[in-house]
Design a protein around this ligand. Structure first.
Ligand SMILES: [Fe+2]
Ligand SMILES: [Fe+2]
Length: 354
């Protein structure tokens, strides 16, 4: 089906038809699948307000498809000629680079087909599916931290998108996932726990709003510690107390993560900033910048709560593992100055069992 969307509603994966005329768009072709946020920004910068989408050829679901009117092919596409020319010049290089890099999400290369099938089989009991979603997420992030190449980071974004889709659309799975407890403290397990809990929290907080791109946000949460790929593993895995020097190296991971995500152009700054701010604290006692309260991005304030919760509940050789209730109590009684009270309140409600 051909539908018409506003440029700001475009998503990576949509198959678009920009115009009948090559002269009216910044690209060197008129029909193609969007492969990067950069292309979407270029369409918007060029002043194109509406775009035709082929929903059959698109690899992403088009929200509210039933409500969108069928394009009658009469809608004029407005454009700014000077901006188009400028964007086209810039994009010549970008498009050539993108052709070189084939980015595909191929989970079947490193996980069982049965697991992949279980994640998407809506006929399975909720409990089985929830465990499958968790296991799928673990294997996805384990694979990413073992192979943290740029192309794999980009490909994994599609896997995260699928998991976020399930969380957003299937409440029974969401409720179950909130109560799955981590078994270890490895970076990939931690990334899954923080990714899942944070997106559940964002879903609870933003359910009435369309102003947040939950798929991008999910990616930001799952990748909040991606900077750890540039930290010496001996320091990350050290079972004993860290020296001051080792601690300084650990504290460089927010900056490193932000730079990786930003350099990759994986998502907009609002999302990359989760990696940079997730160790900042409401009272200014966090790192790397020691910023306070509203200066910390709201998305990072969500992430920081899940992050601390997982650090408390994960099993580590040098400290006692806390139960979820114990962890929430410690956070409320001893660490509340670190967190935003409203977000913390929503976080506690995630664990409410019906
Ligand atoms: Fe971190
Ligand atoms: Fe973390």
């Amino acid at each position: 089906m051909i539908v018409s969307l506003k440029s700001e509603e475009l998503k990576v994966g949509m198959f678009i038809d920009l115009s009948k005329s090559w002269f009216e768009n910044p690209f060197f072709k008129t029909k193609f699948q969007i492969t990067s946020e950069k292309q979407i920004r270029s369409i918007m910068k060029a002043g194109i307000k509406k775009v035709s989408i082929d929903s059959i050829k698109s690899s992403v679901k088009i929200e509210g498809l039933k409500d969108i009117k069928i394009e009658n092919d009469q809608t004029p596409i407005t454009f700014d000629a000077a901006a188009l020319e400028e964007e086209r010049n810039k994009l010549q290089i970008i498009e050539e680079e993108e052709v070189e890099e084939v980015i595909k999400w191929e989970p079947e290369k490193f996980m069982d087909k049965a697991l992949i099938d279980a994640v998407f089989d809506k006929g399975l009991p909720t409990d089985t599916r929830s465990k499958s979603v968790y296991q799928y997420s673990l294997e996805m992030m384990d694979n990413l931290f073992k192979h943290p190449e740029k192309s794999n980071i980009k490909a994994t974004k599609e896997g995260i998108r699928q998991i976020v889709d399930i969380i957003l659309t299937e409440d029974a799975i969401s409720s179950n996932l909130a109560n799955i407890v981590s078994l270890d403290s490895q970076t990939f397990t931690h990334s899954v726990n923080v990714g899942l809990k944070s997106i559940l929290l964002a879903k609870a907080m933003y359910s009435d709003s369309h102003g947040h791109d939950m798929h991008e946000l999910g990616t930001a949460f799952f990748l909040h510690d991606i900077g750890k790929i540039d930290i010496n593993p001996a320091i990350l895995d050290k079972p004993d107390k860290l020296t001051d020097e080792e601690m300084e190296e650990i504290k460089s991971h927010p900056h490193k993560g932000y730079k990786i995500l930003n350099d990759l152009d994986l998502m907009e700054t609002d999302f990359c900033i989760v990696a940079l701010h997730h160790h900042e604290r409401e009272d200014g006692t966090g790192y790397p910048a020691g910023i306070k309260g509203a200066d910390i991005h709201p998305y990072a304030r969500i992430c920081s709560i899940s992050d601390v919760f997982d650090a408390l509940t994960a099993k580590r050789s040098f400290k006692e593992q806390k139960t979820p209730i114990e962890a929430l109590t410690i956070m409320k009684n001893e660490m509340m100055a670190h967190f935003n009270i409203d977000i913390m309140r929503s976080f506690v409600l995630l664990f409410k069992q019906d």
